[in-house]
Design a binder for this molecule. Structure first.
Ligand SMILES: [Zn+2]
Length: 306
């Protein structure tokens, strides 16, 4: 059997400019795709519209261009794709794999069982008859048994979704589609064969695998690299991680390579540096573990202000 051609993607949320943590995701996914002679798509994950920051998408695109991280095809935006998510939701409902839930946050919290990602929903509404016009969320019926996959960096990952997570929301009461459903539909529509992203999403992956199976979609290969932390906190807009300065693009790219455990080619233009890095790309060199602290002055120390 011939392996499917490699199709990868980078999927930033437009909640702020590109910071070092998201740059590492862009560089790792770009290198893995280019080293395989594959395609690399750019998807703006703005399904959670209220969190979108005006101007952030433009800033991300401009920074990627300045750093030589060229993408293939048109930019995909989740805000244009609600009809596809609705189709998937309907398929789950029609198959008896999703149901409507009217529980308040408080009611769920009072059930009191903590799981891998917050409170485990106790299934209160599983057999409730909720009128179609009543405001309600829709939950996916978590399958019994284990959901497991082999991550290229983290190894075997296994969860018992029903116990560890519970039936999870795929369509929110406010009408927005949940990230877990959107990302599964998006990856399938793009034909993504390889997902390369930070290990902060490792615990979400079994939910996505379960949704792929329920929807009859293929499961891509996964590579979760450790996320960059500073003082134990993941770099993010919330932790005030500084934006990657395109004027210092080479330094940023070199720091990202070092962070990923890769040899850093001699400086050149960003395009030349990336091309050389793609030729030397070895995922086996990526440090295992879910997080990696940015040591001041050490490997991956960037930006200097940290
Ligand atoms: Zn409920």
């Amino acid at each position: 059997m011939t392996a499917a051609r490699y199709i990868g993607r980078f999927a930033p949320s437009p909640t702020g400019p590109l910071h070092f943590g998201s740059l590492v995701a862009a560089v790792a996914s770009w290198l893995d795709a280019r080293a395989a002679g594959g395609r690399w798509h750019l998807r703006i994950e703005d399904v959670d519209a209220p969190r979108t920051v005006p101007g952030a998408e433009d800033a991300i695109l401009r920074t990627l261009e300045a750093l030589g991280l060229a993408w293939d095809g048109p930019v995909v935006r989740q805000r244009d794709r609600a009809a596809r998510y609705a189709e998937a939701l309907e398929k789950l409902r029609a198959g008896g794999l999703a149901y409507r839930c009217r529980c308040s946050r408080r009611e769920i919290a009072d059930s009191g069982v903590h799981g891998i990602d917050g409170i485990v929903y106790p299934g209160t509404c599983r057999h409730a008859a909720i009128p179609a016009d009543a405001p309600a969320a829709t939950r996916f019926l978590a399958p019994a048994g284990e959901v497991a996959f082999d991550d290229r960096v983290q190894g075997r990952v296994s969860q018992r979704l029903a116990d560890d997570v519970g039936d999870f929301v795929v369509h929110r009461r406010d009408g927005l589609f949940a990230y877990q459903l959107a990302v599964v539909v998006d990856d399938a529509d793009l034909g993504v064969t390889d997902v390369v992203r930070g290990a902060d999403l490792l615990d979400s992956t079994p939910r996505q695998v379960a949704l792929q199976r329920a929807l009859g979609l293929p499961t891509p290969r996964y590579l979760h690299f450790p996320v960059a932390t500073h003082g134990g906190e993941k770099l993010s807009k919330q932790t005030l991680a500084p934006a990657v300065d395109a004027a210092e693009g080479l330094a940023a790219l070199r720091a990202a390579l070092a962070f990923l455990g890769q040899p850093v080619p001699p400086a050149g233009a960003p395009e030349a540096l990336l091309a050389a890095a793609a030729r030397q790309w070895e995922p086996a060199r990526i440090p295992r573990g879910r997080a990696r602290e940015l040591a001041p002055g050490g490997a991956g120390a960037y930006p200097r202000g940290l």
